[in-house]
Design a protein around this ligand. Structure first.
Ligand code: FMN
Length: 189
């Protein structure tokens, strides 16, 4: 059975990002993929301590003993990953950025990646602003950085004009919900 890991970078368990991630999970399950989901906000993940232990030892492993150890284990075991984050100030949330910095063990100093291309990653972003182009540079640089690990970047979705509680709920945006479900179906297809 194939396995996918879903990491949600929003602090809101009932927000738009979590709802779209749940749709992606539904799509994965339809394909018979086993899923594990984490809210990064529930985990204790320090920023990278720049100890360079992973570089000195040339290891795809981290010396910092916190909840990222479990995430590293799951990343290595899974066939695919979905990272879902709201846009905060033009980029991903602090929780998601902390996770990204801790992906440092998956590339060496010459940017040679350590994860196999066969591992796939797709992304879900949500933002308040209706214009998808506004934060494209932040979104693209985040996806590029994740791709430095070696995983194949498969797809991404930007849910615009979303603000749980003040704008119509994402669950009413049927097309967007279907796109998220399809992103899940396609991850390992
Ligand atoms: C601190 C903070 C910063 C935000 N910055 C942006 C932003 O730069 N651009 C934007 O379009 N929306 C911004 N938003 C709105 C959220 O990205 C948007 O409402 C998102 O859908 C929230 O996801 P959630 O419902 O999963 O929490 C911000 C929200 C917060 C709380």
């Amino acid at each position: 059975m194939k396995k996918a890991l879903i990491l949600i970078g929003s602090p809101r368990k009932k927000g738009s990002t979590a709802a779209l991630a749940a749709e992606a999970e539904r799509g994965l399950k339809e394909q018979g993929v086993e899923t594990t989901t984490f809210f990064l906000n529930d985990l204790k993940i320090k920023g990278c301590q720049a100890c360079y232990w992973c570089k000195r030892n040339d290891l795809a492993a981290c010396a910092v003993r916190d909840d990222m150890q479990q995430i590293h284990q799951l990343i290595q075991e899974c066939d695919g990953l979905i990272v879902a984050s709201p846009i905060y100030f033009g980029g991903v949330t602090a929780q998601t950025k902390a996770w990204l910095d801790r992906m440092f063990p998956y590339m060496n100093m010459n940017l040679v990646p350590k994860l196999p291309k066969t591992k796939k990653v797709s992304f879900i972003f949500t933002q308040n602003q209706p214009d998808e182009r506004l934060f494209r540079s932040g979104i693209e640089s985040f996806m590029f950085a994740v791709g430095l690990s070696g995983m194949t970047v498969k797809a991404h979705l930007v849910g615009c004009d979303l603000d749980a509680g003040t704008k119509p709920p994402v669950t009413e945006r049927k097309e967007l919900m279907e796109q998220a479900c399809q992103l899940g179906r396609d991850l390992l297809a």
